[in-house]
Design a binder for this molecule. Sequence first.
Ligand code: SF4
Length: 241
Amino acid sequence: MKIGAVLGFNLIDYPGKIAAVAFTPGCNYLCPHCHAAPLLANAKDIGDAGFLQYLETVKEWVTGVVICGGEPTLQPDLIPFMEKIRSLSLAVKLDTNGSNPALLARILARDLADYVAMDVKGPESLWSATAGVPGQSAAMLESMKLVVRFPIYEFRTTVAPVLRANGEISFLTVPEMAAAARLIIETTGSPDHKYYVQKFIPRKDGLLDKRFEAFPETPIQLLQDIHKEVLKHLPNTQVRG
Ligand code: SF4
């Protein structure tokens, strides 16, 4: 499987685990605020053999593996890769943009992921702008229904600037984030989900849309206001810095 970069171990990306992280290159979305896709676009494929060998040597103290990207479900050999990690008795966390419910269903059926984190790119009315590509609603809604069937899962939204229909760019608002929270409830039939409201962090070394590089990180006051409002809908919501 193609891997663009790795972290040998990490205590943040997989809560409760010491996790190795594999970043897969390529994404089918064009989120304007994305910094991962431009970085990974220039990354050389280092393949999975060395990563799997590394896991063999550290499996006594590394307790999990995070597969993220880019978008991992674009990798045609993701399932065999996950099976190999499983054979080492390591926990697996998959990060996804929710664009491939068919593959998520196969991963679920084979019990290949312990934890799935899915991006919810704001309210559905803005998905074309926030994901950078139109026509993703059906897949993302289907993925939301599947994600809640994994042993552990989370939904998360980066409170990023959005390119509006009138050409202006402004941060997701409190009402828009409340709409995203309500959509999660309507789609899954429950408010009992871990939901993370994440800070947008600008990078001068490359976002997909250069205009977004001029923006500051998400103002703390906005994050607090969103948190307060979203908690009314999804009581297990936290702000992630
Ligand atoms: S932020 Fe968007 S474009 Fe970037 S990797 Fe995630 S889904 Fe893909």
